[in-house]
Write a protein that binds this ligand. Structure first.
Ligand code: FO1
Length: 329
């Protein structure tokens, strides 16, 4: 038998020998860095062509006339194996000559756009100017980088996340990167969400999935915007038994970013239980770390099944292990 394969494709023999759980059609809801760890695990342990990722675009921002989509890029670069894994965003071994020159022209440089990363933003902005949609641009970028899973922005319409803070309204990137999450959060708005349309394929991907995974992302500003797109939350509710959410808080601390601080400032408990309360209406199974097993009874009382699995993913082996366990649950 000829088992030769084109570069990047798995040998047919490997697909036939896959266990049934690896053939499940999976749809994941994702933010950026935290989500990408689990997504990389899933990408490696299942047939990646059966994985569809719906990504938050509330973090998108226009800088220097360029459309930047940080979470789409983080997910794409991670699955393509080109991400700077220490930072979790941007290209590995990146240089910043263009940004220095831009600063020399008096332009702001608080958002670190690397030289190769800039090519992505130029390409995306050019496609949009040529009349293409954000999802067509995302597809062009992921296929060029050899990513086999479908990556869908939650909406082709802009839905910027605005943080109402003690310093006034701030775009999410201004709050997170420019102001280093120091302002006190008083409210969060997803501007334009009410009239935004889900990207073509988003509702179908939720409807047709064998399993829907909510990645361990910030529930307020990464998963929150996706849920705010019309019909998404309602459809998840209708498919609740198929929805598995991985908690992004372990032992009262965020796995990544300021989730714990933001939850507390907005009056939620910065705990697994606090996140479970935000997800209970559309989640059938809630995955927590062994460190939080004391909260099982309280979470179960919300009407969800609870699974205890190690959710801290520092190594590739931990990412693959959690992914495999999620497929086998
Ligand atoms: N995060 C930072 O903390 N500082 C940066 O300068 C920065 C630049 C950046 C450039 C491109 C990109 O795709 C992501 C970038 N991020 C940066 C990450 C990003 O701000 C956030 O982590 C996500 O938006 C939250 O998911």
């Amino acid at each position: 038998m000829d088992t030769r394969v084109a570069p990047g494709l798995r040998p047919l023999t490997e697909l036939f020998s896959m266990s049934p759980e690896k053939k499940l059609k999976i749809t994941a809801l994702a933010g950026g860095v935290g989500a990408s760890k689990l997504l990389l695990g899933l990408y490696q342990v299942m047939d990646p062509r059966l994985l569809t990722i719906i990504v938050n675009t509330g973090d998108d921002i226009v800088l220097h006339g360029l459309k930047i989509s940080p979470d789409l890029d983080i997910v794409t670069y991670t699955l393509a194996g080109v991400v700077d894994s220490a930072r979790g965003w941007g290209f590995r071994s990146e240089t910043f000559h263009s940004l220095k020159r831009l600063a020399g022209y008096g332009r702001s440089n608080w958002f670190n756009l690397g030289d190769r990363d800039l090519a992505t933003h130029i390409h995306r902005t050019a496609l949009l100017a040529e009349g293409k949609t954000l999802s067509q641009a995302a597809d062009s970028i992921r296929t060029a980088l050899g990513v086999k899973s479908r990556i869908l922005p939650m909406s082709d319409d802009p839905v910027p996340t605005i943080i109402d803070s003690n310093e006034g309204p701030l775009h999410f990137q201004e709050y997170l990167v420019k102001r280093r999450a120091e302002p006190v959060v008083q409210g969060i708005r997803f501007e334009g969400a009410d009239s935004a349309r889900p990207t073509p394929g988003v509702l179908e991907a939720i409807h047709d999935a064998d399993r829907i995974i909510i990645c361990p992302s910030n529930p307020l500003i990464s998963i929150g915007p996706v849920l705010a797109v019309p019909y998404v939350r309602e459809l998840l509710r209708a498919r609740r038994e198929k929805v598995f959410a991985v908690c992004p808080i372990v032992g009262g601390k965020s796995l990544k970013g300021p989730s714990d601080k933001m939850l507390a400032q907005l009056g939620h408990q910065p705990t697994a239980l606090g996140v479970a309360k935000l997800y209970a209406d559309f989640t059938g199974a809630f995955v927590i770390d062994p460190a939080d097993k004391a909260q099982v009874t309280a979470i179960s009382a919300l009407g969800m099944k609870v699974a205890i699995l190690p959710t801290v993913m520092k190594t590739l082996s931990q990412k693959r292990k959690l992914a495999r366990a999620l497929l086998q649950l």
